[in-house]
Design a protein. Structure first.
Length: 369
């Protein structure tokens, strides 16, 4: 039996997805849509923002500010490189925790790339960083100067290059690179605080009252649909970019440097945090999982929550960093098994979940990738 879910008919039937330990009851879409009210959709949209987005953006603002403070202290000799790198990891943890949020102010301008320009398929970030370290322009270090620069020169990826250089040499806190790292951290902190305020002051109120959201949403189902599309797009991006690209088609073709944050050896950690955030979004009280239960599909809702927990555990249990595991004959099978779990979850989101709660995902910009 194929590992991914295949829906065989629209009538009531049982489908078992290998590797997911879940039995699905399929349904009548029209009967389902009538079982949910506008108030149900409104509660799901609002709760998703309050349980996931608001605390996630608060953590991002707090941790990027802590990072900026720590890097300033590192440059002054008050803390060591271990502390600087630890602050980077804490801030990156917070950023990864926002990954399922692909609606609202984070999508403005160049979108999430303002925080993390990745994957950088053409290596523009590396070229720009090498040029900056060679020419050492003091103008980049002035407060606010990075806001007008390329995103590839002022994001988490640029910061990782500076704090985790390849070649074995530790970064010098008295160097231009350290000063640039501190400037990048300050920029990320300011940008993250702005994001937090925009969400709390403007976007969460739109989710709380979609019918009067000044055009952000047509109605309550549209607001709930935005969250469904958000989590679907996030899991699709993870599958495509964070797992399939470094895995490639075979062990021989594997490319560890395509893994996210391979320099800081946190590729698998990122995936685990991503899945934990999806799980938090799905299981939020009055959120998408409860919306699914209210539609009459409580078994499916509980099964999906269990499967998200299982995928999170699998990501946390990789025997070596993901960037190494993709090229290791034994560990690669763990990554491939995780990939299968996530593909099954994606199938559940775009099929049974979407149909059970009466929401159409519509066009997906990733379909052609």
């Amino acid at each position: 039996m194929a590992s991914s879910l295949k829906i065989l008919s629209r009538g009531p039937c049982l489908v078992v997805s290998q590797g997911l330990a879940i039995v699905l009851l399929l349904w009548s879409h029209h009967a389902l849509a009538a079982s949910l009210s506008a108030a149900d959709y409104q509660r799901a949209a609002a709760a998703s923002g309050r349980v996931l987005a608001a605390p996630a953006y608060a953590a991002l603002a707090d941790q990027t500010q802590a990072l900026a403070t720590t890097l300033t202290q590192w440059r002054a000799g008050k803390v060591d490189l271990v502390a600087a790198r630890s602050a980077f990891h804490a801030a990156m943890d917070a950023w990864q925790g926002t990954q399922p949020i692909r609606i609202g102010p984070v999508m403005a301008q160049t979108g999430p790339a303002r925080w993390q320009y990745w994957p950088d398929k053409h290596g523009s970030g590396g070229r720009q960083m090498r040029r900056a370290l060679k020419t050492r322009p003091e103008a980049l270090l002035k407060p606010g100067a990075l806001a007008t620069q390329s995103v590839a020169l002022r994001d988490f990826q640029a910061l990782e290059r500076l704090l985790f250089p390849t070649g074995g040499a530790a970064p010098d806190p008295a160097s231009y690179g350290a000063a640039l790292a501190a400037a990048i951290a300050a920029h990320l902190a300011e940008q993250s605080q702005s994001l937090r305020m925009q969400w709390d002051d403007q976007f969460q109120p739109a989710l709380d009252d979609p019918a009067h959201s000044n055009g952000a949403f047509y109605d309550a189902p549209d607001a709930a649909r935005a969250w469904l599309k958000s989590i679907h797009e996030a899991i699709s991006l993870l599958i495509l970019q964070k797992l399939e690209r470094p895995l490639d088609e075979s062990l021989e073709a594997a490319n560890p440097k395509r893994a996210e944050n391979w320099r800081s050896a946190r590729s698998g950690r990122n995936v685990a945090i991503n899945v934990a955030a999806w799980r938090r979004l799905f299981t939020a009280p009055d959120g998408l999982g409860d919306l699914l239960s209210r539609s009459g599909s409580d078994a499916l809702a509980k099964g999906m929550a269990r499967d998200m927990a299982s995928a999170q555990k699998a990501a946390e249990s990789l025997s070596m960093p993901l960037s190494q595991a993709v090229a290791d004959a034994e560990a690669r099978s763990q990554v491939e098994a995780l990939l299968t779990q996530l593909k099954d979850l994606r199938d559940l989101i775009e099929g049974p979940l979407a149909d059970e709660i009466g929401l159409n995902l519509g066009f997906n910009a990733l379909d052609g990738d």
